[in-house]
Design a protein around this ligand. Structure first.
Ligand SMILES: Cc1cc2nc3c(=O)[nH]c(=O)nc-3n(C[C@H](O)[C@H](O)[C@H](O)COP(=O)(O)OP(=O)(O)OC[C@H]3O[C@@H](n4cnc5c(N)ncnc54)[C@H](O)[C@@H]3O)c2cc1C
Ligand SMILES: *[C@@H]1O[C@H](CO)[C@@H](O)[C@H](O)[C@H]1NC(C)=O
Ligand SMILES: *[C@@H]1O[C@H](CO)[C@@H](O)[C@H](O)[C@H]1NC(C)=O
Ligand SMILES: *[C@@H]1O[C@H](CO)[C@@H](O)[C@H](O)[C@H]1NC(C)=O
Length: 614
């Protein structure tokens, strides 16, 4: 598929989503529509068999060969991969070299199976076997990024299955330190997740449902260990919600097949998006409209509880050594982010009552606290996007909200961006493998200046708005959306650094770090993503500062050393007559000059893109 077609399909897609959000607000959930499948269906049964065969061969090939290999040109690394890798862009401990642009395009041309298709194949290929498997002694739900009892599709399905057969429902969570490492999971986020597990365990125990959790040191061992546990518990059914990142889709595809071979039926279902990506039908029987919520699981019966009594005694594991918070950070973060789904609902209710009505007017101003702060919960799954959208939509009914409709609409459309970026991930999976959405943009020669990166990271660039934002993320593991755009643009268009270094830093530090939204946000700001800011549009950090933090309240909060800088000088102390004050406070001068950097950036992009088409 060429870029032009891509654009058209994206436009269609976004219209669909926009229509979906409108529909949501107009209380017509049924008009939500999914994106049509991109892949053309083979025309004959023979064609289908052949397509499946080549797909399998390619798949085996891609599993076997981890490194650049002469007999598969698509396995050649990208010519510029070495320097990026030296700077931590690709974790070579877990992954192959950065792929060539040709390989990325092979996904777009349907020459390589997308991971979601591999999972769909596994589901379809085992459908017959799975259907015949009877319920044995228990039904299991595997929690992942869905840490709640309320409105959780797979959990609800597991509960139904257990109830019908009169057997206990058992819940499980696997802590995988290597996945944390490979996925750059922030310690603050792991801490939030583990605290949530404690809440979940208590809530489930009240329903007589055990939550079993353990640490599996090597991530490749996770599937086999899960099967072992199910066999130990005599369970014939395993339910899980789908995660759309590449490693997870591939792992689940493998697990579905391994389970089927062991006489276990695994069901992987859509849950995290309001509009499910792809065109997967998982054979769940009844069709639900997109904003129907799922009931919490039913309690285990008295006799069922007794059967699994031993499973209530396991402790929730601790964070792996390398991902632990310092005592000081832990205390601060725990106060900022109380864990669990009850807190999520409280936050949502508070936002919907007090703030949603003025969201559209305040959302861009960091000092006005006009946003919901709900991202931590959507990322951990302590809140479902369905519940969030539905709750907001229903606010429209309250007479209290006079001016609120615009705020509700805009907020729901922001939540839809989260869906949108997950759809992008599913359809263009190489964005999950350190490639830009627009592969031709990987021929740009980024800088890897370590001093510049360090100044950015530490909030010492001499641009107060950038530095205040970077201190905010250090202080609370969260950054306001406007500022995420400002610091991302600064990293790649003022410092000319590889955007993927910034993307990685965000993942390693955000409490709401979400692969799809983060990569999507960086792609937008670095002009390498889906429908991005064009590369020649470069944010001027000082103008951004004046516009979105006009009186400097935000800057003064996070840069206390500049608190006494008067008036508009706060945006540029050295340039506006407050140099002596700034110097005395130890605040640095600007490390680059914006006007010159801007020109360099534009030239750099131009040169890189030209190189690709030459
Ligand atoms: C460079 C960059 C990196 C980002 N990284 C992440 C990330 O790792 N995780 C993450 O959840 N969001 C990310 N975002 C999107 C956005 O900044 C956050 O979702 C938002 O700041 C969270 O605060 P809130 O919950 O108060 O948002 P609200 O404004 O109240 O929005 C409600 C919800 O809508 C969704 N949402 C809002 N804006 C966006 C957006 N632009 N893209 C995707 N979803 C959106 C989020 O789930 C958010 O919680 C990133 C944006 C940029 C520009
Ligand atoms: C919200 O509700 C009001 C009154 O019921 C209605 O007039 C309005 O059209 C609704 N707005 C949206 C966007 O659905
Ligand atoms: C979000 O957090 C900020 C503190 O950083 C707070 O001022 C604001 O009121 C919170 N908003 C909501 C809706 O909870
Ligand atoms: C990128 O640049 C390299 C080195 O200049 C060149 O060999 C290659 O053809 C360019 N294009 C792609 C798609 O990699």
């Amino acid at each position: 598929m060429n870029v032009c077609l891509l654009r058209i399909s994206l436009r269609v897609f976004r219209t669909t989503l926009a229509a979906a959000t409108q529909a949501a607000i107009q209380v017509k959930p049924r008009s939500f529509a999914t994106m049509p499948p991109k892949r053309k269906a083979p025309t004959s049964a023979k064609g289908e068999a052949e397509a499946l065969e080549t797909k399998k061969q390619k798949l085996e090939c891609s599993y076997k060969k981890k490194d650049g290999n002469a007999d598969d040109p698509l396995r050649e690394p990208h010519p510029f991969s070495a320097e990026a890798e030296e700077n931590g862009v690709v974790l070579r401990k877990f992954y192959p070299h950065e792929m060539s642009n040709a390989r990325a395009l092979a996904y777009n041309n349907n020459e390589l199976p997308r991971p979601i298709e591999v999972l769909v194949d596994a589901m379809e290929g085992t459908a017959g076997v799975r259907k015949k498997i009877g319920v044995k002694d228990a039904v299991v739900h595997w929690f992942k990024m869905d840490l709640r009892t309320r409105d959780n599709r797979a959990l609800w399905m597991a509960s139904q299955k257990a109830r019908e057969a009169g057997v206990p429902l058992v819940c499980m969570y696997i802590v995988s330190p290597q996945d944390f490492e490979a996925h750059l999971r922030a310690p603050i986020r792991i801490d939030f997740m583990l605290r949530t597990l404690h809440v979940l365990k208590q809530d489930l125990a009240k329903l007589g449902i055990p939550l079993y959790a353990e640490t599996v040191e090597r991530r490749r061992q996770v599937p086999a260990r899960i099967i072992e546990l199910l066999e130990e518990w005599g369970a014939g059914h395993l339910f899980a919600n789908m995660e759309y990142e590449v490693d997870e889709l591939r792992r689940e595809a493998k697990l579905v097949r391994m389970c089927a071979e062991s006489g276990i039926a695994m069901e992987v279902v859509h849950d995290t998006c309001v509009v499910p990506p792809g065109a997967l039908t998982t054979g769940t029987g009844k069709q639900y409209s997109l904003l129907d919520l799922f009931d919490p699981p039913e309690p285990n019966s008295e006799s069922a509880r007794e059967k699994v009594a031993a499973l209530f005694d396991y402790e929730i594991p601790e964070a792996p050594e390398t991902k632990r918070l310092s005592e000081k950070d832990a205390t601060r973060f725990r106060a900022l982010y109380p864990a669990g789904e009850h807190e999520a609902m409280d936050r949502l209710e508070k936002f919907a009552e007090e703030k949603i009505g003025s969201y559209h007017a305040k959302r861009n101003f960091p000092a006005q606290h006009g946003t919901s702060n709900i991202s931590v919960h959507l990322a951990a799954g302590t809140l479902s996007a369905r519940t969030a959208v539905r709750y907001a939509r229903d606010r429209n009914k309250t007479k209290k909200l006079n001016e609120g409709i615009e705020g509700i609409k805009v907020w729901i459309s922001e939540v839809a961006w989260r869906d949108f970026y997950k759809h992008v991930l599913v359809h263009w999976p190489y964005v999950c493998m350190n490639k830009p959405f627009k592969p031709e943009y990987s021929n740009i020669t980024w800088s890897y200046n370590a001093e510049h990166f360090e100044a950015w990271r530490a909030g010492r660039t001499g641009y107060p708005i950038v530095d205040a934002a970077m201190r905010q993320v250090q202080h609370m593991g969260w950054m306001h959306n406007r500022l995420r755009m400002v610091v991302a643009s600064f990293l790649c268009k003022d410092l000319l650094l590889d955007w993927r270094m910034g993307e990685r830093f965000f993942m390693e530090n955000l409490v709401d770090g979400d692969f799809a939204s983060n990569s999507g946000g960086w792609g937008f700001s670095a002009s390498v993503g889906v429908d991005p800011q064009p590369y020649f549009r470069v944010f001027n950090p000082i103008l951004q500062s004046e516009k979105f933090d006009p009186d400097g309240a935000f800057i003064r909060k996070y840069l206390p050393e500049l608190r006494d800088v008067p008036g508009k000088a706060i945006h540029d102390p050295y340039g506006r007559g407050a140099g002596a004050l700034a110097k005395k406070a130890g605040y640095p001068r600007m490390i680059v000059e914006h006007k010159a950097s801007r020109q360099k950036a534009i030239d750099m992009y131009k040169e890189g893109i030209k190189r690709d088409t030459a």
